[in-house]
Design a binder for this molecule. Structure first.
Ligand code: ADP
Length: 417
């Protein structure tokens, strides 16, 4: 039987269970909230750490940009100058404020290429898709005091997540010293050509004219032979000047090849015929029956052959046979010059192709010679993608040989000074 007393007790019990459940629920919620708060605190700490790292990186970048010896200009997608560094201020004479105040980066430095075109018209990465890649261009900018200054400008596009260029970092380097050096080099070649080779050519012309006039006349024989000596000496000086010019070109990276269809067999025959008339004690034999055709710098290879043959004659004081040969060997052309002369020691063979090197045996045999011939031969052969070598034994003659790739895809360009 349920009494009122029992009823009240049952009600009290169910209310107690409810509130206990509620307490448990609240505790669980509290625990979840505490957990969420801990996660948030951890995220906050992580964000603060990343922020601090970013701040350090930003400060480091700022220091790098400020300390850079190169000028730096950052431009955004609207062509606004966002930042410039002190090096650019110093280089151009414009303050950062003046450069930042300009409405657009375009033309802000008045940069023009060598052909006079505005750089912005041709290589702006925002406007010219083919120029979007990072690249370097030489240009002249106008400084605040109106000077034209040679600089090289490197473009470094910064892309957004969609790949579009959002900003471009221009790194601007003062290259006026390099340009001045290039101008001095050009001046050197043109000076040697006009002021040294020119008068020598004229002097040689007059010596030959006089020789033609006195030959076959009753003029004093010693007069004629003196003229021949003058003529030979002028040729010698011209040869040395040419050698020095060629060495300068090689060292200044200005040896520009002018390839043309060339038959090395025919060239060997021609060069041998020209040099045979200079000696009666040597017989020059040509071993080149088949044409050896390829695209090479004919004039320079003729120089190489002349050099090897002249050496073979000069360093074979007892005369004898000199063989010059040319043949195809697979995809290569092979050329060789073999003499029966003084030969070359193993030690000298290692140094022959160095500039100004002359073996002592050669020095005592021939006073003339700068030791540049073989160096130039090697430079010319190397410029064609080939190689040159020597096989020799002291007292038993020498064989110089070089090989050239037959299908070298050399692009012709104008001949240098
Ligand atoms: P140069 O002949 O003007 O001294 P090269 O560069 O042509 O300069 O030659 C460098 C040196 O190599 C020569 O001085 C000589 O010692 C050696 N040499 C070159 N060709 C021969 C050769 N055919 N026989 C012996 N020695 C040679």
């Amino acid at each position: 039987m349920i009494t009122r007393q029992n009823d009240d007790r049952l009600c009290d019990e169910s209310a107690g269970a409810d509130s206990q459940r509620r307490v448990l629920e609240l505790e669980a919620e509290n625990a979840a909230l505490r957990e969420a708060q801990r996660a948030l605190e951890a995220r906050n700490a992580e964000l603060e750490r990343v922020n601090a790292e970013l701040e350090v990186a930003r400060a480091q970048l700022q220091t790098i940009i400020s300390a850079s010896a190169d000028g730096i200009m950052v431009v955004d997608g609207q062509h606004r100058v966002l930042a410039v560094n002190p090096a650019l201020e110093k280089m151009t004479g414009f303050s950062a404020a003046e450069l930042l105040a300009r409405p657009s980066c375009a033309y802000s430095l008045g940069a023009r290429r060598e052909d006079g075109q505005f750089l912005c018209d041709t290589v702006c990465p925002f406007l010219h898709s083919e120029a979007e890649k990072s690249r370097v261009v030489d240009a002249q900018v106008t400084t605040k005091d109106g000077r034209r200054l040679w600089v090289s400008i490197a473009y470094g596009p910064i892309r957004g997540p969609d790949g579009r260029i959002e900003a471009v970092v221009h790194t601007i380097r003062d290259i006026s010293e390099r340009k001045e050096l290039e101008r001095a080099k050009d001046e050197f070649f043109s000076l040697v050509n006009h002021e040294i080779k020119g008068p020598l050519t004229a002097a040689k012309g007059y010596a030959q004219l006089l020789l033609r006039r006195v030959r076959g006349t009753a003029a004093d024989a010693s007069f004629a032979s003196s003229l021949e000596v003058i003529d030979r000496q002028i040729s010698r000086v011209r040869e040395l000047v040419d050698q020095l010019l060629e060495v300068s070109r090689a060292e200044l990276g200005r040896m520009v090849l002018q390839p043309e269809l060339t038959d090395l067999a025919a060239l060997a025959r021609e060069t041998a015929a020209q040099l045979q008339v200079t000696t009666s004690r040597h017989s020059l034999l040509v071993q080149a029956d088949e044409p050896v055709n390829g695209y090479w710098d004919r004039a320079r290879l003729e120089g190489v052959l002349r050099n090897l043959l002249t050496n073979a004659i000069r360093y074979s004081p007892n005369g004898g046979e000199i063989v010059i040969g040319a043949r195809l060997a697979g995809r290569e052309a092979l050329v060789w010059v073999q003499d029966q002369g003084i030969g070359i020691s193993a030690e000298a063979q290692r140094r022959l192709f160095e500039p100004y090197y002359r073996a002592s045996a050669a020095r005592s045999l021939a006073a003339e010679g700068l030791g540049l011939g073989l160096y130039i031969c090697q430079q010319v052969v190397a410029a064609h993608g080939g190689r040159i070598w020597v096989e020799s034994e002291e007292g038993r003659g020498s064989k110089f040989a070089f090989s050239l790739p037959v299908s070298s895809p050399l692009v012709g360009s104008q001949r240098d000074g």
